[in-house]
Design a protein around this ligand. Structure first.
Ligand SMILES: Cc1cc2nc3c(=O)[nH]c(=O)nc-3n(C[C@H](O)[C@H](O)[C@H](O)COP(=O)(O)OP(=O)(O)OC[C@H]3O[C@@H](n4cnc5c(N)ncnc54)[C@H](O)[C@@H]3O)c2cc1C
Length: 319
């Protein structure tokens, strides 16, 4: 058993996923109370270069053709050995479809407990998890001796998990990866014909408060005047009022524009997860108790239908 903290690096199409850096930042904090090292675990094929900017004390790299693309079968098989052998204090995964898939499989395979939806760690090494969809924060001791932890974004900045000093990399031989039951058949590229909302410097974002598809024209007019794009919360996309390419949040995209104008969006945790890193959040909502105001820098308790035509006109005049 060791006091080290393992972080399973998530990557896709040759890029380290942002959550990996958030996990490394969390691991660094946890290692201060556990007294161990932060070890990044990278599985892949010809992917060792991805360790370059990981803020870890060391990295274990497992290379195999079957690990070139994520499959739960191959990842669980490849991770079980190092976890059994080192018995670290904690193994951190992203609370993503990939991370949850591996963590739950390993929990069953190795009989280890899982702490889910962890947002941060306290100075004493306690986990802080968001439960009930983020409405309640729960704090507790990590179960031992080895705890599997899935981590949500929001507790640490990605930059905190990056370093100009690459970690020392140890290549670990891959186990036998034959007879796997899951294989990647095809990678389907997402639709890129629409505007990429992750690259917009400003977003006008609409929620269920917009009421119907026709009213989206009002948001479009404002966005056009401002020279930016319109994005949306899930109910708006689920109703078919806007395409899924504009969805922000847990099941959509993560954005961090300079300005995020939230119109008629309540601020549910699943939405906030996708936009909390925006530079300046401005919320417009008729309900003064809407949770969106807790993440907004500026806000107004006002009916968006009173505001939109006036604001659009003012922006046009200012130009
Ligand atoms: C597994 C899972 C994944 C999810 N993923 C996502 C996701 O990726 N993205 C996402 O957004 N949601 C997601 N959700 C849904 C999420 O929980 C919320 O239901 C959703 O974000 C609510 O959207 P909303 O704020 O637009 O609607 P509501 O919560 O209905 O809020 C509408 C707001 O508009 C305000 N309003 C009404 N009329 C006006 C007006 N005239 N002027 C100003 N304000 C007005 C109301 O006061 C209210 O606050 C997910 C849920 C689950 C369970």
């Amino acid at each position: 058993m060791s006091q080290d903290i393992f972080v399973v690096i998530e990557h896709l199409r040759g890029e380290v996923a942002e959550i990996s850096y958030v996990m490394l930042a969390g691991a660094r904090q946890l290692s201060q109370s556990s007294g161990g090292n932060v070890t990044a675990i990278l599985l892949g094929h010809n992917a060792q270069g991805l360790t370059g900017n990981l803020a870890a004390d060391k990295a274990l790299y497992v290379d195999h053709a079957a690990l070139a693309e994520f499959t739960s079968d191959a990842y669980i098989t490849a991770l079980a050995g190092p976890i059994r052998e080192h018995a670290p204090r904690a193994v951190i995964f992203g609370h993503s479809s990939i991370g949850m898939d591996i963590a739950s499989g390993l929990s069953a395979k190795l009989g280890l407990p899982i702490v889910a939806s962890c947002r941060s760690f306290t100075a004493e090494g306690k986990f802080v998890s968001q439960i009930c969809g983020g409405k309640i924060m729960a704090e507790g001791d990590l179960p031992g001796p080895t705890a599997l932890v899935t981590m949500v974004p929001g507790g640490y900045k990605a930059e905190q998990g990056q370093s100009a000093q690459p970690p020392a990399v140890t290549t670990v031989p891959a186990p036998t990866l034959e007879g796997l039951r899951v294989a990647l058949k095809q990678y389907i590229e997402p639709d890129t014909s629409d505007v990429d909302i992750t690259k917009e410097a400003m977003l006008v974002s609409v929620g269920r408060g917009i009421q119907n598809k026709d009213n989206i024209g009002l948001a479009n007019e404002l966005a056009e005047a401002l020279g930016c794009a319109v994005s949306a919360s899930r109910p708006v996309v689920d109703q078919g009022w806007m395409p899924t390419t504009r969805l922000i949040g847990k099941s959509g995209k993560r954005v961090k524009p300079k300005i995020y104008l939230a119109l008629g969006i309540s601020g549910a945790p699943e939405h906030v997860e996708g936009m909390a890193d925006s530079n300046v959040i401005i919320a417009i909502n008729t309900d003064q108790n809407a949770p969106i105001f807790t993440v907004a820098k500026y806000g107004a308790t006002i009916d968006m239908f009173d505001l939109l035509p006036v604001l659009t006109e003012k922006v046009k005049q200012a130009k």
